[in-house]
Design a protein around this ligand. Structure first.
Ligand code: F6R
Length: 360
């Protein structure tokens, strides 16, 4: 971890459970800390919901939005080179044009009420594609039950984005069941135990100078720009969306090597516009040239970044490495909310937008 250029103003505020609880009445922190249990519970739920294997030679499409879609993207990253068929994530009103009856479409919506996902469910039916649904209920569950489509039932009471572990496991297991990749059930189980150690290392009971707390302090008062590459690309996006929704502040993400061909130039003027910080998400298995690029990019932008951090995934298996940095980002987003004095739970503008759209 390095601190480049002018340092971000750290606050002296404590990030203990009690201090966070003061701004977090719905206990979003508790949902993040429960990530290992969610992984195990998700395995059990998929197993009890789905009895059959399908062979869909055209691969898997995960259709969802926001906190429900990210599980598909993270699952695809965790599957990595072991994917034997296309795994595609669609965040839109429609399915890719190559969807056929030989495609599995996993419709993921925590609420079961997201209009884009409902539209994809219907398109998949019209195309004769195989369908599976992962949800807590809503219209999506109703339609699936009426159509005899398998439903992976999720526990209620979370913010959709807090159900990320459930969405990752559902996508991984459905990918395996439809022949798009190997079954990773035991790796997920082992990952859950190892992630428990990271919960202790980065959680609220850890010392005030733990990595997660220091990061939150360093990012506070800045607009973070998070960069991933390969396996960490969807994690960078998860950091962005969690910082947006939990800490209620702008945050952006991008990926290497692409950002070295455009975004890097923007940093030339960053310090004259505001306080931007850079976060690079590295992985032990990243392409060696990508690692070189991270070094050089960090060095070249340092003078214009309010702070700069290089973080590495933890763990052996890809699933463990993916979840390690998802956990770190989720914790950082809650700590940032606490430092900013905002309630991480409600997402008023998302709700307001959905309500206004429903009137049209
Ligand atoms: C809210 C959140 C959102 C939702 C999205 C789709 O916590 O993360 O991004 O996930 O608006 O809603 P669902 O997940 O209910 O389909």
């Amino acid at each position: 971890m390095s601190d480049g250029g002018a340092t971000a103003a750290p606050t002296a505020e404590e990030l203990s459970r009690a201090a966070i609880a003061r701004v977090d009445p719905s206990n979003q922190l508790g949902d993040v800390l429960a990530l290992p249990e969610h992984l195990r519970d998700a395995l059990w739920r998929v197993e009890s919901a789905i009895m059959q294997d399908w062979d869909t030679t055209a691969g898997l499409v995960v259709a969802g939005m926001g906190g429900s879609a990210i599980g598909g993207a993270l699952a695809r990253a965790a599957m990595g080179d072991h994917a034997s068929r296309p795994i595609f994530v669609t965040r839109a009103y429609g399915l890719p044009p190559w969807t056929t009856p030989d495609t599995m479409v996993l419709c993921a919506s925590y609420s079961g009420e997201t209009e884009e996902t409902l539209a994809c469910y219907e398109s998949a039916g019209a195309l004769g594609a195989k369908r599976t649904v992962v949800t807590t209920g809503g219209r999506l569950a109703e339609m699936a039950r009426a159509d005899g489509v398998p439903v992976i039932p999720l526990p209620g009471g979370f913010q959709p984005r807090a159900a990320v572990a459930y969405m990752i496991v559902a996508a991984l297991e459905v990918a395996a069941l439809c022949g798009a990749g190997p079954r990773l059930t035991s790796e997920i189980d082992v990952a859950a135990s190892h992630i428990e150690q990271l919960v202790a290392e980065w959680g609220p009971d850890a010392p005030e100078d733990s990595l997660a707390k220091e990061l939150a302090r360093g990012l506070n008062g800045t607009t973070p720009v998070v960069a991933g590459a390969g396996l960490t690309s969807p994690i960078a996006y998860r950091w962005k969306t969690q910082i947006n929704e939990n800490a209620k502040q702008p945050c952006f993400s991008n990926e290497l090597p692409e950002l070295d061909h455009n975004e890097i130039s923007g940093w030339e003027g960053a310090a004259s516009i505001g306080r931007f910080s850079a976060v690079f998400l590295d992985d032990s298995d990243a392409h060696p040239r990508v690692k070189e690029r991270m070094d050089l990019t960090e060095r070249l932008i340092a003078g214009n970044a309010a702070a700069s951090y290089r973080l590495e995934t933890r763990g052996q298996t890809a699933i463990e490495r993916v979840i390690s940095l998802v956990l770190l980002g989720d914790l950082v987003s809650i700590y940032l909310a606490a430092l900013r004095g905002v309630d991480p739970g409600p997402v008023h503008l998302i709700d307001e937008l959905k309500a206004a759209l429903a009137q049209r």
